[in-house]
Design a protein around this ligand. Structure first.
Ligand SMILES: *Cc1c(COP(=O)(O)O)cnc(C)c1O
Length: 658
């Protein structure tokens, strides 16, 4: 089922019976098709037109979208590993980035034509979404035909933008906290032919900008960020509203106008900016903000400011779960809907007030950079839920609790399940108490636990045909799932999954023509219990276990994480000292593909350096201690040499398991 855009999000029913049933009645292996995988993992919904499945059951990537050319992701990963680059591996597809830039520009061009809007669109890419050098250079290169610019949100990002942007006519929007240095550097950018627009976000910046302008004798182009009273929705709703961190309130904007007028600089004020948060899932919220901002824009023009640009900020969302709803990881509108609304709302406000329409600017980062990267990682092993042993029948001489548990097991059926499952839970607790007080031996405790798990399995199997599934049994689902250990740090590679419950599509990139008969959650390499993934995309709400394949002995099992190209890379951290992953840039050619750049992940020496350890000192330390141990006959010469060899070798290695 695909919901039409604009339809309000339906809260999920507490228990998704359909998926529960699937879980225990997987299609026979021979019946499973790639279409079943496509539907299960919803690839078309979130990945169109870039991701698909081929007849071999491998995930394929079409980096140029609808314009043809695709590659087999599994084969690509194998071939990159033959180049001595190990997993986890981040693959960036520059053609996807190009396609995203072309798409947003095409949508605005179409909207402008449709409404006969007499202005133009000049987008900018917010550097904070992904500061990676090759990526930003690509953004600038692909954006040239559209005079696509950059947005800086800090001093270091300004330095990047000044050095990277070389497109005549492209804007360099300067946001974030500013000091005199920041403002003067930006203004001097004008002398290099850049078009910096300094957006006043705090009252204190007004005087800094006036002083810098007088000092440098440069007439800057200024913007102002408005604190709209339109509340964003979802996670970043607090970015807007009267108490937001950034922006000027309406009284402050009027004070700014007066102050600039006093200094004879009112003509410098040319841009109105707002940003009500990222990942705005509901188009109604976008529209409301546009309406308020457009009204402020025309009033500013009326007050005599030389208004030229309306910058609608970021917020253009990504449909991570493919549900096309206003759920927080989705959006109930298309990029075309968005562009149409921006153009139409602004045009209407200008028409009503008789003001010339502005150049439209958007700072869409997530929508441009999310799709281009794919993270591939391998599964190291699986811990299954307590296994399907034969149920052991207790004898008369056995402890009462064993006999009770066995009786529950025997009497469990769809009518008794709720009551008996709860009894079983209680007996499980009692088992522990009895053991702790010394009334139950370790082996009896083991037998009791086995019986308890047998009850759980039976409980799950009997609800398969039940009309109603009790909530606690639904939860059992999760506790009976396998744990897949992944060669990855969630903190480094998908920090938002840990920090803000962000969902990313995750699925195997091969074996998609085989039934995924296991159910699992993912556990990462860190020794932090938060280093796990147990929330996955679903059509409705979130699912807590992911359909996966059993491992095949001696064969790798690769999973891919998709749509993570915005924010994840820079916000990833070094928890447990797992460093940056290897990354490659892939570019499609008429004959196939080409590996354009290889960015090697951190070595142990590098991550240790971040915490002020010097590899040479560390080796020296171990060498000294080995010599002492050798002297005292605690170690043999061979052992000490082996230790040093391992130690030195590790320092130059990848932080992940090989
Ligand atoms: C973060 C940010 C953006 C980017 O937002 P997206 O939702 O990723 O497009 C744009 N503008 C400003 C001011 C921001 O802070």
């Amino acid at each position: 089922m695909t919901m039409a855009p604009h339809q309000p999000f339906q809260p999920p029913t507490p228990v998704d019976r359909a998926s529960l049933e699937n879980m225990f009645t997987p299609a026979a292996p021979s019946n499973w098709t790639i279409e079943d995988s496509e539907e299960l993992y919803r690839i078309h919904s979130w990945g169109n037109p870039y991701f698909s499945i081929n007849a071999d059951g491998h995930l394929t990537v079409s980096p140029k979208g609808d314009r043809g050319g695709s590659l087999d992701l599994f084969d690509l990963v194998e071939s990159i590993q033959r180049r001595n680059l190990n997993l986890p591996l981040l693959i960036r597809f520059s053609d996807i980035l190009q396609d995203r830039i072309e798409r947003i520009n095409a949508c605005f061009a179409k909207a402008i034509a449709r409404y006969k809007y007499s202005g133009v669109y000049r987008g900018v890419f917010p550097v904070k979404c992904n500061q990676q050098r090759q990526l930003l250079e690509d953004v600038v290169r692909f954006g040239k035909p559209y005079q696509f610019g950059l947005e800086a949100g800090s001093k270091p990002e300004l330095l990047i933008a000044l050095a990277t942007l070389d497109t005549p006519g492209a804007l360099l929007i300067c946001n974030g906290y500013k000091d005199r240095d920041y403002i003067e550097t930006a203004m001097l950018g004008q002398r290099l032919g850049q078009q910096p627009i300094i957006v006043i976000e705090q009252m204190a910046e007004v005087e800094l900008a006036i002083a810098a302008s007088q000092n440098l004798k440069i007439r800057p182009v200024l913007g102002v960020r408005a604190k709209l009273s339109t509340k964003g929705s979802g996670r970043w709703g607090i970015s807007a509203g009267d108490r937001a961190k950034f922006g000027l309130t309406v009284p402050e904007i009027l004070a700014l106008v007066d102050r600039l007028r006093q200094e004879g600089m009112l003509d410098c004020l040319q841009l109105l900016h707002f940003h009500i948060g990222s990942q705005i899932s509901a188009i109604s919220v976008v529209k409301e903000a546009l309406r308020e901002a457009s009204r402020i824009y025309v009033e500013l023009a009326d007050l005599g400011a030389n208004m030229q640009y309306l910058d609608v900020g970021g917020g253009l969302a990504v449909d991570y779960d493919g549900s096309q709803t206003n759920f927080y990881v989705s959006k109930n509108y298309s990029t075309q809907n968005y562009a149409n609304d921006v153009v139409a709302e602004v045009q209407e406000a200008c028409r009503a007030k008789g003001v010339a329409v502005p150049t439209l600017v958007s700072e869409s980062g997530r929508a441009i950079s999310s799709h281009q990267s794919v993270l591939v990682f391998d599964v190291l092993g699986i811990s299954d839920a307590p296994s399907q042993d034969n149920v052991e029948v207790p004898g008369d001489a056995d402890h009462l609790i064993l006999r009770e548990l066995y009786e529950i097991y025997q009497n469990l059926n769809s009518k008794t399940v709720q009551e008996l499952y709860n009894d079983a839970l209680q007996f499980k607790e009692e088992t522990i108490s009895l053991f702790n007080f010394g009334y139950l031996s370790l082996s009896d405790r083991a037998r009791a636990e086995r019986l308890f798990w047998a009850c759980c399995r039976k409980a799950l199997s009997v609800v398969r045909d039940a009309e109603y599934i009790p909530e606690d049994i639904e939860e059992l689902h999760q506790s009976m799932a396998s744990i897949y250990y992944i060669n990855l740090s969630v903190f480094q590679s998908m920090p938002d999954a840990w920090a803000i419950d962000q969902l990313f599509p995750i699925l195997p990139i091969h074996r998609l023509n085989e039934v995924p008969s296991s159910r699992g959650t993912l556990a990462d390499l860190t020794c932090d219990s938060d280093g796990k993934v147990n929330q996955f995309i679903d059509l409705r709400d979130v699912k807590h276990v992911l359909e996966l394949h059993p491992l095949q002995p001696g064969k790798p099992y690769y999973l891919g994480m998709f749509l993570g190209g915005a924010y994840q890379e820079i916000m990833g951290n070094l928890h447990n000292l797992f460093g940056d992953t290897n990354a490659v840039h892939i570019h499609m050619t008429p004959k196939g593909y080409q590996v354009e750049h290889v960015v090697k992940g951190d070595t142990m020496t590098e991550v240790l350096g971040y915490v002020q350890y010097d590899a040479e000192d560390m080796i020296e330390n171990i060498r000294r201690r080995s010599e002492m141990a050798l002297h005292d006959n605690h170690i043999t010469l061979e052992e000490s040499q082996l230790l040093l060899q391992h130690y030195e070798h590790s320092l130059s290695q990848y932080t992940y398991l090989v």
